[in-house]
Design a protein around this ligand. Structure first.
Ligand SMILES: NC(=O)c1ccc[n+]([C@@H]2O[C@H](COP(=O)([O-])OP(=O)(O)OC[C@H]3O[C@@H](n4cnc5c(N)ncnc54)[C@H](O)[C@@H]3O)[C@@H](O)[C@H]2O)c1
Length: 269
């Protein structure tokens, strides 16, 4: 368990869900992590992992939030090897026709601020240090990065934009910094909604999700740890840049008649 020995990682959205699980794995693999979150749930990580995790409570849709996170890593450990842009919010799968026209600009600004602007700000804040370390970037996309109906119009457009960011930044930063993404399908978390649409939090797993997946089960949040670790590793993914790795229990290859070829008929809802 030393795939990331000595690496310094700035990780957004580390307070809950997929991010919290990955931060735990990164520490187990020998990394030191600045874990950033808008909630103070990240503060517990320091109690759990001691000096290996420095929590930063900040809004990553702001320049200051990202600047402070990067500076914290540099002040504490003098380098940054990986930036992970993982913080995200949802639109609760709200269709365009259910949003009032005068709500849309605020909702767009809020959701794109977290899902698209934040990873851009984070990469910018860490950029000099990433170039100096020949480091890498990992962005959390989604099934919705390449498919419709993984969210509403705002979420889907934002996650398609994350795919664009992965590809464009991989181009712009080559050969010095590798840039890759991960596209989860459905993880058992409670994503924050878009407050300007009046949303609070919602379960990512809907009734019937399990039966719709070719692999017939909703994987735990820890299902993503291994791929994040591989992409953060200097050796295990040395030839990868510009890739969006799908980790979706087969959601993007499900069939029409039944979700998977060997799924029993009585399992299909
Ligand atoms: N849960 C799923 O089914 C699913 C599927 C595909 C992609 N994703 C993506 O995975 C990533 C992680 O989401 P999750 O499912 O673990 O949800 P989560 O809500 O458990 O984790 C997201 C974290 O981001 C933090 N965050 C939100 N806005 C922030 C901000 N402005 N500044 C700082 N931190 C902020 C939240 O407080 C939370 O701790 C997101 O990018 C999400 O879009 C999730």
């Amino acid at each position: 368990m030393d795939a990331l020995a000595g690496q310094v990682i700035v990780f957004t959205g580390g307070g809950a869900g997929i991010g919290r699980s990955v931060v735990s794995r990164f520490v187990a693999e020998g990394a030191r992590v600045v874990a950033v979150d808008i909630t103070d749930a990240v503060v517990d990580l320091a109690a759990e992992f001691g000096d290996a995790v420095v929590p930063v409570v900040a809004d990553v849709s702001t320049w200051d939030g990202n600047r402070i996170a990067a500076q914290t890593a540099l002040d504490r450990w003098g380098r940054i090897d990986v930036f992970v842009g993982n913080a995200g919010i949802t639109d609760g799968a709200c269709p365009l026709e259910e949003m009032a026209g005068d709500q849309l600009s605020a909702a767009f600004g809020e959701l794109f601020g977290v899902n698209v602007l934040a990873p851009m700000l984070g990469v910018r804040a860490c950029l000099d240090a990433l170039v100096a370390s020949s480091g890498s970037v990992i962005l959390t996309g989604s099934f919705a990065s390449t498919n419709a109906a993984g969210g509403g119009v705002l979420y889907t457009a934002s996650k398609h934009a994350v795919h664009g960011l992965v590809r464009q930044l991989a181009y712009e930063l080559a050969p010095d910094v590798r840039v890759n993404g991960i596209a989860p399908g459905v993880a058992p978390t409670r994503l924050r909604g878009t407050t300007s649409l009046g949303q609070s939090v919602s379960d990512a797993v809907l009734d019937g999700t399990e039966q719709a997946l070719p692999l017939q089960e909703v994987a735990p949040v820890s299902a993503y740890d291994g791929v994040f670790t591989m992409l953060a590793s200097r050796t295990e993914s040395a030839a990868m840049t510009g890739s969006l790795v799908t980790v979706d229990s087969g959601l993007s290859i499900r069939g029409i008649a039944k979700p998977g070829g060997r799924v029993q008929a009585d399992a299909v809802s």
